[in-house]
Design a protein around this ligand. Structure first.
Ligand SMILES: Nc1ncnc2c1ncn2[C@@H]1O[C@H](COP(=O)(O)OP(=O)(O)OP(=O)(O)O)[C@@H](O)[C@H]1O
Ligand SMILES: [Mg+2]
Length: 260
């Protein structure tokens, strides 16, 4: 079941520095929401507050109505949250397939004891998850790399591997942090196709941080614009791109005056 994400007055300070201030918005189940804003606006920090990597200084984050502030990232993964990172976080000495399989361990039945006993139902589940992992890699045209150490692959391919790892968890809520960064034009088109297909085939809610406005326009139902840690506006991608406050945040006040 796709998850509902609600943020209420989320604030984050590091020492005296304000990174997020009173950020409030909802993401309804099944929606693709774009989270955009200039460099340093607080997008990654907000993801970290949702995924349990940062504890907000104030406010609430709920997933399907359950407060998750203070919950460890590993527990959130078991409750349907998966994410990718702006700078892919892979086990570089492990193979591509082993990296993807890390996303599937939350789906194994039982716990560490039954896993170590390698009971028949554990082995059956492992085989199914492995087949799914290979299927995801095939869809990304990465199956050839399954047995290669991740460190042999390029940055662009690391992004694809991380996406496969996140999808293998069958998340109800998926957070993607700049999935198109560093990709070629063709790779971005393929990524857009993949995300469209995921949305069509899975019951999933997606929040995507991206500077690539083509991807944001192509995929999102709605965007939230952050600037200096605050929500600047919320609307469609087209509304955001023509909003003077957003143009000013990206390009400075002169750009708005020139456009007027
Ligand atoms: N762990 C931290 N300690 C101190 N400051 C931090 C920390 N994490 C983030 N910040 C600060 O918070 C602000 C927002 O950073 P963040 O990475 O969230 O921005 P962003 O919107 O993701 O930017 P970009 O588009 O460049 O990725 C920056 O000023 C950053 O230096
Ligand atoms: Mg960021």
């Amino acid at each position: 079941m796709a998850a509902r994400l609600s943020l209420g007055d989320v604030s984050l300070h590091f020492g005296g520095v304000m990174v997020l201030e009173d950020v409030t918005f909802d993401v309804e189940p099944g929606v693709i929401l774009g989270l955009v804003g200039p460099n340093g606006a607080g997008k990654t920090s907000l993801f970290n507050c949702i995924s349990g990597h940062y504890k907000p200084s104030g406010g609430s984050v709920t997933i399907d109505g359950i407060e998750v502030v203070g919950t460890a990232p590993s527990s959130l993964a078991r409750h349907g949250l998966a994410r990718t990172f702006q700078h892919p976080a892979l086990q570089l000495d492990a193979t591509v397939l082993q990296n993807v399989l890390l996303g599937g361990h939350t789906r194994l039945p039982g716990g560490p004891v039954s896993w170590s006993l390698r009971l028949p139902h554990t082995r059956r589940a492992e085989r199914e998850i492995r087949a799914e992992a290979l299927g995801l890699l095939r869809r990304e045209q990465l199956e050839w790399a399954a047995g290669r150490p991740a460190e042999e692959l390029s940055h662009g391919l690391h992004k694809g591997i991380e996406l496969c790892r996140a999808l293998l968890a069958k998340p109800a809520l998926l957070l993607l942090d700049e999935p198109a960064a560093g990709l070629s034009h063709g790779e971005v088109e393929q990524l857009i196709d993949t995300i469209r297909r995921v949305r069509a085939e899975e019951d999933i809610t997606i929040v995507v941080v991206e500077h690539h406005m083509g991807l944001i326009s192509a995929l999102t139902d709605r965007v939230v614009v952050l600037d200096h840690g605050r929500k600047l506006m919320e609307g469609t991608a087209a509304q955001a791109q023509s909003d003077p406050r957003v143009i000013e945040a990206y390009l400075g006040k002169d750009a708005v005056d020139d456009a007027a």
